[in-house]
Every structure is written in structure tokens, then in C-alpha cells.
Design a protein around this ligand. Structure first.
Ligand SMILES: [Zn+2]
Length: 489
């Protein structure tokens, strides 16, 4: 299978989602901590003197992280189901239980992940309401500033002047230089205890084993600069899944080594050994895209010869890209062979080991291939590109392309609201989101292509579509495993 290069735009959008998610948890956390360290009554919060003093400083102070917040807050729009795939491996539209076509990310995310939050106590003052509201909906700081100015003029002189004062944005964040980046680490045990408070007590008291997952990925936070954020995110596998940052790193490019993961690994080790408030902690998986996975597992980057995570076959260059044509009789990597190979390489080449080797993890099975990049943005996009722009042997005529688009558009009215997006014309394919590609691969493609695409190509697509549909269902994927691999071959 060809390892496709990732579409830069959708990558940035995914990063933005992840960053927003992390940012929200961080903001919530910072407010909670500040309230804890310096508890103020609602009256004190409303005291104009408190704020006048702070406003003066606010104008001058800008932390690097805050710049990041402002940088991404204007970017919006993505759907909850695709956004969470990278962390949660969501498998079907059904998991996303709300319709929010065209809604902003903040709204979508709320729809999908909120629950216990909604039944919290109403805020005690207007200031606190505004704090919670602006965090919940990720309101840009300049919009909050405008709102505060308006409210101040219309009968609320007690309110602060700026968003930073309102949100009590920390003026100084202690960062540590690591891996060529600025790092902030949050103790995983404390974060888990804090996050578990969002679930009903009956639920958390019942569970004996708490399953968590991790995601490591880089996200460019500005279009015009090379500054990258490399967060380590943790997901708690309870309903609803909660995602929060463990380590945040900011730097000019990617981390120069894996030191930035060390603290998180230490925390995980400690939790696995000692448990958390009587609960056992287990790791479900570590989700990374191909470049990040190569980095954290210390395997070669994705353009090298032996880069497949799962098997030992050598990549072959065919028309400018590495391909893996062999599909039968593969010698598969196992946790044991991977660990043995890494130990050998460390002895011979003195290459530092991946910190993940210290954890009781299956280094192959617990680093899943993410299907959003491989199947949706990879295979499905490649197939459509070939059909509309490829070689004459496989290309559809302009009329046929238009006919498929017409059919897609006519399906709009029939798409239930549980799908994050309605179908768009094939001409817009370059702007399709991963969830639209999935919708085409699993649901709409088989209807709109029938009778238009040549029989041979249609059968080929159906093999992929049926296999993907089976693999996306947790129960069918097990029952029809051998049929699925037959189809994929
Ligand atoms: Zn392979």
C-alpha cells in the first residue's frame, strides 16, 4: 500500500482541533488552580480595584503560550467525529451523537463530549459566568474584550477590561528547556484525579481498571512562522472521553530528542505500579501519525526503505514514491522482535532507546495505524483523484464526473444529522474533510458510482468500501477478519 503524504491543510486543521482541546483543558485547569491558590469570593472578584491593578500589567505581558492561543483562536470549523479519531479511534458516525453541519468546532466538541459539565452549579457572578462561557465556547480574546467594553458601558462597571484579566491568564508559566523546546509538564496523577471529578461518582467508584490512551503529534500554530507545539495528550476511556494535556512543548521545529516524553513516561510508570486511588491503570494505545510514530518509536522516517511498522518488507520506489507491493507471506514484526531489534541497534549504533520501551506496552499492536490518514486521506482520496484526474485508462469523462457530483448533491437531503457533513461535489474534492472521505468510502460512494464507473473499477472500490465498513465495526471486524484481508488484497 502506498503511504500517502498528508494533505497539509487538513493536517493543520486537525492540529488546530487537538490544540484547542488541549488549550481548553489548560485554561480550565489554570482557572481552577488560581482559584485554589488564591480563592476569592464573588464579591472580591467583582471588586473593581482588583482589576484596575491587574489591567495595567496585562497590557505589557504576553506569554508565549498566550500568543499561541490568540494565533489559533480565529481558526474554526471541524467536526467532532474526525477530530477525535486521532485520539480515540472513533469508528463510526453513530458515535457522534449530534448534528452540527457547519457549526463551529467549539459547538461540535461540546455536543460530543459534554455531559456532566452541563449539570454543574450555575456560576455565582456575572464574572464567573463570563469566564466559564468564554472557555466553553473558545471565544477569541478580542471578542471578549469588545463584549467587556460594551458591558462596562451598559451598567457593569465592576467587570474587568480585558479577556486576560477576566480569565486570569497566568502571566508567567515556568517552562523547562528540553529537546530544544520549551516544556511544561503537568503531573499525570494529579491531572487524572482532577479529570475524574468530571464524571459521576457512581461511575468512577465502580471501575476497577482505568484505561487511558496517549497521543503525540506536532502542530504548527502559526501559518507564517515555524513555531510548533508538540503536546502529549491523554484520553480517559470513560463515557464521555476526556482529553487533557500531559506535556506541552513549544519550539521552532520538531523536538531534537525524546527527552520531552521522559516525565510523562515516569508518571505513567508510577501509575501502572501504584494504581490510582485503588484503581488499576492500563494503557489502551499510543496514537500517532506516521512521522510522529517513527520519531517516538525510533524507527526510520516514512520515506526510508524498511519503515513499515508491522512487517519487515523493503519499500520499493515506483514513480517517485515508496510502495509496499507485497501483501502475502509477510514476515510480521512482533513486540519481541521489535524490542530485540532495538536492543541490538542500541548496542551496535549506540542509538538511545525509545522511552516507551520502559512501559509494559506491545510496541506493535498498541501503536495502531491511524485510519484517518491511511484510509480516508490516503486510499480514498487517491482513488478519487485517479478517477477524476488520473490516467486515461481509469479516468472518468467530464460528463461522468458531473453525473457523480449530481448524485452526491441529490443525496444531501437524505443524509441524517448524525453525519457531521453533507456530501459535496467531486469538484470540491481537494477541500473534502476526512469525514467526507469516510462518508464517501463507507456510505455514499457505492450508490453514486454504480453504473457510471467501469465495472472493474467499481468492484475494486467495493472491495475497499466493504472491507473498511467491516473494519470500522468492532464486532464485525473480529468475525470477518479473514474476509476483510481477502478483500483488501
Ligand atoms: Zn507492512
Amino acid at each position: 500500500m502506498v503511504i500517502s503524504s498528508m494533505d497539509a491543510k487538513s493536517r493543520r486543521q486537525r492540529y488546530t482541533r487537538q490544540w484547542k482541546c488541549a488549550r481548553r483543558s489548560l485554561a480550565e485547569r489554570s482557572i481552577r488552580e488560581r482559584l485554589k491558590c488564591n480563592p476569592k469570593t464573588p464579591q472580591q472578584l467583582q471588586d473593581p480595584n482588583n482589576f484596575t491593578e491587574r489591567n495595567h500589567h496585562d497590557r505589557n505581558i504576553r506569554s508565549a503560550f498566550e500568543c499561541g492561543e490568540i494565533g489559533v483562536s480565529g481558526v474554526s470549523d471541524e467536526t467532532c467525529s474526525s477530530g477525535k479519531e486521532s485520539v480515540e479511534h472513533r469508528t463510526s458516525e453513530e458515535n457522534c451523537n449530534s448534528g452540527h453541519e457547519g457549526g463551529s468546532y467549539a459547538v461540535s466538541e461540546e455536543n460530543c463530549s459534554s455531559g456532566p459539565e452541563d449539570v454543574e452549579m450555575p456560576p455565582a457572578s456575572l464574572t464567573m459566568f463570563l469566564q466559564e462561557w468564554s472557555m466553553k465556547h473558545l471565544i477569541p480574546h478580542n471578542a471578549i474584550d469588545d463584549l467587556l467594553r460594551g458591558l462596562k458601558h451598559h451598567g457593569h462597571p465592576e467587570l474587568p477590561l480585558t479577556a486576560r484579566t477576566l480569565l486570569r491568564t497566568p502571566r508567567q508559566i515556568e517552562t523547562v528547556k528540553m529537546s530544544g523546546m520549551e516544556c511544561v509538564h503537568f503531573n499525570l496523577r494529579e491531572s487524572l484525579i482532577e479529570q475524574l471529578k468530571h464524571y459521576p461518582k457512581e461511575m468512577t467508584e465502580q471501575i476497577g481498571t482505568l484505561e487511558i490512551s496517549f497521543n503525540i503529534d506536532g502542530l504548527p500554530i502559526f501559518k507564517s512562522s515555524r513555531v510548533h507545539l508538540w503536546p502529549i495528550l491523554c484520553a480517559i476511556h470513560l463515557t464521555p472521553t476526556r482529553v487533557f494535556p500531559v506535556t506541552l512543548t513549544l519550539g521552532p521545529s520538531k523536538p531534537t530528542n525524546l527527552d520531552f516524553i521522559e516525565k510523562a513516561i515516569g508518571d505513567i510508570q508510577e501509575l501502572i505500579e501504584n494504581g490510582l486511588e485503588g484503581k488499576q491503570i492500563t494503557i489502551r494505545c499510543v496514537v500517532c501519525d506516521a512521522p510522529a510514530r517513527a520519531m517516538v518509536k525510533r524507527i526510520k522516517q516514512y520515506s526510508g526503505d524498511y519503515v513499515c511498522d508491522k512487517c519487515t518488507q523493503k519499500g520499493r520506489w515506483i514513480s517517485g514514491r515508496v510502495t509496499y507491493p507485497q501483501v502475502d507471506n509477510l514476515i510480521l514484526h512482533t513486540n519481541e522482535t521489535y524490542r530485540a531489534e532495538m536492543a541490538r541497534r542500541q548496542q551496535i549504533d549506540d542509538i538511545p532507546m525509545s522511552p516507551f520501551l520502559r512501559l509494559p506496552l506491545d510496541m506493535i499492536d498498541q501503536f495502531p495505524i491511524d485510519y484517518m490518514h491511511q484510509a480516508c486521506l490516503g486510499v480514498m482520496k487517491k482513488l478519487i483523484t485517479e478517477w477524476i484526474r488520473g490516467d486515461r485508462k481509469v479516468r472518468m469523462s467530464a460528463g461522468q464526473t458531473q453525473a457523480v457530483s449530481q448524485r452526491l448533491l441529490s443525496l444531501k437531503a437524505a443524509i441524517p444529522s448524525c453525519f457531521p457533513r453533507k456530501p459535496r461535489a467531486l469538484e470540491d474534492m481537494d477541500r473534502w474533510k476526512p469525514t467526507e472521505l469516510r462518508q464517501f468510502a463507507v456510505y455514499t460512494g457505492k450508490i453514486v458510482l454504480k453504473g457510471i464507473l467501469s465495472d472493474q473499477l467499481y468492484d475494486h472500490f467495493m472491495g475497499f468500501s466493504v472491507a473498511l465498513s467491516l473494519l470500522l465495526s468492532p464486532s464485525l471486524a473480529v468475525d470477518y477478519n479473514s474476509y476483510t484481508s481477502e478483500l483488501m488484497n
